[in-house]
Write a protein that binds this ligand. Structure first.
Ligand code: ADP
Ligand code: MG
Length: 580
């Protein structure tokens, strides 16, 4: 190893020392050398088409592996595009490390090329935002950023690198001596246990419950608590409900999953064990009318500030979910108490689940049978056929309004961390970046899992050019665009022509409309992936099967559906635009 190194090399080596394995970015002045130096020492570099998507991809790696990936961006606009990804990661509590080039130090405040107060701008979107004061300080700042992104509640961190630092050189010996006091590689976060007294209280509250419910959130997925949560739910005989990305921590088809009776379970539970989910909008704040006003919440979270948000918990268990669930399990293993499967609560939930499942089956089965006479297809028909063909271990990425809402109930997850969606921030445009991250993790794996990206047509548009990225790296992602010509829903092509003949479209076209029957499939065809225009269930099945058979390149199925297709009638009016 040469005695002298460039700033780019010091950055790359510092990242490698912190076990950072992936970098997603859009290069340009002044960070090309950083990407090249990272690649040269074995960090995988994925060049994306927009920094926002790059940041989404990097944050998905953080969620899926527990170790942050880097989003590498250029100065000014490059960094500003990445802010959306940082905000999304922070909202989701996912670790990510953004490294941004910035204008040279000797030109600051002079109106330099792409000059922008980057460190300050990132403060609002990150847990830590800093610029190393010298080349020697780079390893310690990067260690701190990686640590900060994963310790406590995970989130985004930012490290700013002025262009002149990238190319400057330094003696490795002086970097080494400056780094002597720094932890060489920040370890995985130390695990915290809940106060044993609080654990005992939680056990007592649960044992006194007549209508308990476990809610499994994406914090449980992130903490890799699947085995422990399964043991607790099964040992105690408790009904559980996953949040959207909590799906798969326990399989959706687990007999104790009461997702099909979600509304009743939330409304009537007297004790809720909340495992890594916030009582925010996604869980209707834990309040009436969706929740029982007297519900006792046993809240498990590693973030102390979260405890008590919106609902005062009956018991607050501060700690890592996996360890805290172990503590609970320890108590219940020494106890004979079990929640009996023949009691009234289980009967009531099962009765509701059977009724709801019958309605769903009727809907999809009838529509599948009547397929030929009822074209264009609707959401239920589309998801019915997709769900029949998808392998059980596939990773489902999903975004869109109806596409995501209906898809969530009809596409089952059987494995933890196998669902990625618009998340806590409700961000549209995340799908392709997430899918790229999930597919990059599959490279070189012995048994590869399929990544399927189910997108609304509007959602697809936000980051649509990332299909080129998928084609370039030969990532066998299957994108299914459920195309209803608009945001929530558009109009058919005949209506569109009529509107067009009536005058200036900018004055009369409904704001929700997108071009009817747009050929999104041709975007994929342009870069050499498989592409399909799909109108019937038969075409859908054939196209999906052919995509599943191809591991060499991505596919896009452009599924034209009825632009007026909507959700099935909801029993409660407040569910009509619900996202859970
Ligand atoms: P969901 O979208 O599934 O409702 P949220 O993102 O709202 O999930 O909530 C996840 C919660 O999990 C956050 O409050 C976060 O602090 C917490 N969390 C994340 N990792 C862990 C962990 N290892 N142990 C305990 N809590 C965690
Ligand atoms: Mg749409």
């Amino acid at each position: 190893m040469a005695a002298v190194a460039t700033g780019a090399q010091i950055i790359a080596e510092a990242l490698q020392a912190q076990n950072v394995g992936f970098m997603f970015g859009v290069v340009g002045v002044p960070v090309i050398e950083v990407a090249m130096a990272a690649q040269a020492i074995g960090i995988k570099y994925v060049g994306m088409r927009n920094e926002q998507a790059a940041c989404y991809a990097a944050s998905a790696i953080g969620y899926l592996t527990g170790r942050p990936a880097v989003c590498l961006v250029v100065s000014g606009p490059g960094l500003i595009h990445a802010l959306g990804g940082m905000a999304n990661a922070n909202m989701n509590c996912w670790p990510v490390l953004v490294v941004g080039g910035s204008s040279d130090r000797n030109q600051e405040t002079m109106g330099a090329f792409q000059e922008f107060p980057q460190v300050e701008a990132c403060r609002l979107y990150s847990k830590f935002s800093a610029r190393p004061s010298s080349l020697e300080a780079i390893p310690s700042v990067i260690e701190r950023a990686v640590r900060c992104s994963t310790y406590g509640r995970p989130g985004a961190c930012y490290v700013d690198i002025p262009g002149d630092m990238v190319t400057a050189t330094v003696d490795r010996a002086s970097v080494r001596s400056a780094s002597e006091l720094v932890v060489p590689c920040c370890p995985t976060p130390p695990v915290t246990l809940a106060d044993p007294k609080a654990v005992a209280e939680a056990v007592a509250v649960l044992k006194a419950s007549g209508q308990p419910l476990v809610i499994v959130g994406k914090g449980a997925a992130y903490s890799r608590a699947e085995e422990e949560v399964r043991d607790l739910v099964e040992l105690c005989g408790l009904p559980f409900l996953p949040t959207p990305m909590g799906k798969g921590v326990l399989p959706d088809d687990h007999p104790q999953c009461v997702a099909a009776a979600r509304s009743r379970a939330l409304l009537q539970a007297d004790v809720v064990v909340l495992l890594g989910a916030r009582l925010n909008w996604m869980l209707h704040f834990g309040l009436p009318p969706r929740f029982n006003p007297r519900v006792k919440v046993i809240q498990v979270d590693l973030c102390p500030e979260e405890l008590g948000n919106n609902v005062k918990p009956a018991v607050a268990l501060l700690g890592d979910i996996r360890s805290v669930v172990c503590q609970l399990l320890g108590c219940f293993r020494e106890d004979t108490w079990r929640f009996q499967s023949d009691n009234e609560w289980w009967k009531s939930l099962k009765e509701k689940m059977n009724a709801n499942e019958r309605v769903c089956q009727r809907l999809s089965a009838c529509q599948a049978l009547a397929a030929r006479s009822s074209l264009p297809m609707n959401y239920y028909t589309v998801f019915h056929h997709i769900s029949e063909l998808l392998p059980h271990d596939c990773i489902i990425v999903s975004e869109g309004a109806n596409t995501m809402d209906i898809g969530r109930t009809m596409l089952l997850n059987r494995l933890p961390r196998h669902r990625l969606d618009a998340g806590t921030f409700g961000t549209m445009g995340v799908g392709l970046g997430f899918a790229i991250a999930a597919a990059v993790l599959q490279i070189g794996q012995k048994s590869r899992q399929r990544v399927v990206c189910v997108e609304g047509d509007s959602a697809f548009g936000f980051s649509g050019m990332e299909v080129e990225t998928m084609c370039r790296y030969k990532l066998p992602v299957i994108i299914i665009v459920v195309n209803n010509n608009g945001i929530y829903g558009g109009v058919d092509s005949q209506t569109w022509s009529e509107l067009d003949s009536m005058g200036d479209l900018t004055t009369i076209a409904p704001p929700v409309t997108l071009l009817p029957d747009a050929h999104y499939d041709q975007v994929m065809a342009a870069f050499g992936g498989q592409s399909f225009l799909v109108r019937t269930p038969q075409e859908l099945r054939k196209a999906l099967q052919s995509s599943l058979d191809d591991w060499e390149r991505p596919s896009l199925l452009n599924v034209l559906i009825d632009p007026t297709s909507d959700r099935k009638q909801q029993e409660f009016p407040w569910l009509t635009r619900s996202n859970l």
